[in-house]
Design a protein around this ligand. Structure first.
Ligand code: HSE
Length: 309
């Protein structure tokens, strides 16, 4: 038996919602194919048959690779919590369509695609909410921090607000009808672990007040389809000021999106990709073109890819 799983790119933070807000776009995404074999091979119930699209960067050890690691966690959980004693072997093929270290939730997409496939392969023993827990564990393996703002929307879709990590309390918010996301990925890498290391350990109360004012307003804007309010709330005074210098041309690219009519623009997850919101598909495309042009300016001279969802 063979099952395919797919999970799309996700955008974490959404400007002001550092580690508590993220959303899924429709494409691109990673694909995982799992094949159930009768006999257990070696001592590990999962093996990696192939990985394509990663340029050889990802580990082939099933305990170190995010997509197989989360399947191992899933198998352990269904044995202890669901009484499913799996004695076969799962062979995993990963097709990476998402660039690594891009801020597009690449590791979360691989984990989510593998989990969705594993759950189907073994007769859906887990709910999507349970799968989110394993996907978050995968983030710890991938970048050293168990943030949920990519993993949760990669599995649940939509916008997801993480009200609490312990216990995990997730709120799914469907996007307003006319909200379009432009995602632009410049051809350069920024590791999440590094982009987290530059963040302040503590922030002044005044900064915190600004940030949670914007988070509350952004959620309100999403729930009431108030596009102007969404734009006004896409302000990040915590992570963006520290991370912007790590992204070549950040301020020019952001300004290009705003000049083209986007509602707002910020770093996608930990970068270096940027996302912008627009209230029409036409503006979203125009903003994307302008952002790509800005990345190409002589100062930065970076090629990029663009998606509109
Ligand atoms: N919230 C995470 C961060 C997202 O900003 O580090 C990583 O994609």
């Amino acid at each position: 038996k063979t099952v395919k799983g797919f999970a799309s790119a996700t955008v974490g933070n959404v400007a002001c919602g550092f580690d508590v807000l993220g959303f899924a776009i429709t494409e691109p995404g990673d694909e995982v194919t799992l094949t159930l074999l009768d006999e257990r091979k070696k001592d590990c119930p999962v093996s990696i048959a192939s990985i394509t699209g990663d340029g050889g960067a990802l580990p082939l050890d099933p305990k170190k690779n995010t997509s197989s690691f989360v399947v191992l966690k899933f198998l352990e959980y269904i044995r202890t919590h669901k009484g499913v004693d799996f004695s076969g072997h799962i062979s995993l093929e990963l097709k990476k369509n998402l660039p690594l270290s891009s801020g597009m939730g690449s590791s979360a997409a691989s984990a989510a695609a593998a989990l969705v496939a594993a759950n189907e392969l073994l007769g859906q023993p887990c709910t999507k909410m349970e799968l989110v827990h394993f996907a978050i564990e995968g983030e710890r393996v991938a970048c050293g921090s168990a943030h949920a703002d990519n993993a949760a929307p990669a599995i649940l879709g939509n916008f997801v607000l993480i009200r609490s990590y312990t216990p995990l309390d997730l709120i799914t918010i469907p996007p307003p009808k006319d909200l379009f996301c432009t995602l632009v990925h410049p051809h350069t890498e920024l590791r999440t672990s590094f982009a987290r290391s530059v963040l302040p350990r503590a922030i002044p109360l005044k900064t915190a007040i600004q940030q949670w004012g914007n988070v509350g307003a952004l959620i309100t804007g999403l729930l009431t389809s108030d596009y102007e309010l969404i734009g006004r709330s896409l302000v990040d005074v915590v992570a963006e000021p520290k991370r912007a210098p790590l992204i070549p041309g950040f301020f020019d690219v952001k300004q290009a999106a705003l000049d083209a009519g986007a509602l707002g623009c910020s770093i996608a997850g930990s970068g270096p990709s940027l996302f912008a919101f627009s209230s029409s598909e036409k503006t979203a495309r125009e903003a994307g073109n302008a952002m790509q042009q800005a990345f190409l300016s002589p100062k930065t001279n970076l090629d990029s890819d663009m998606w509109v969802s």
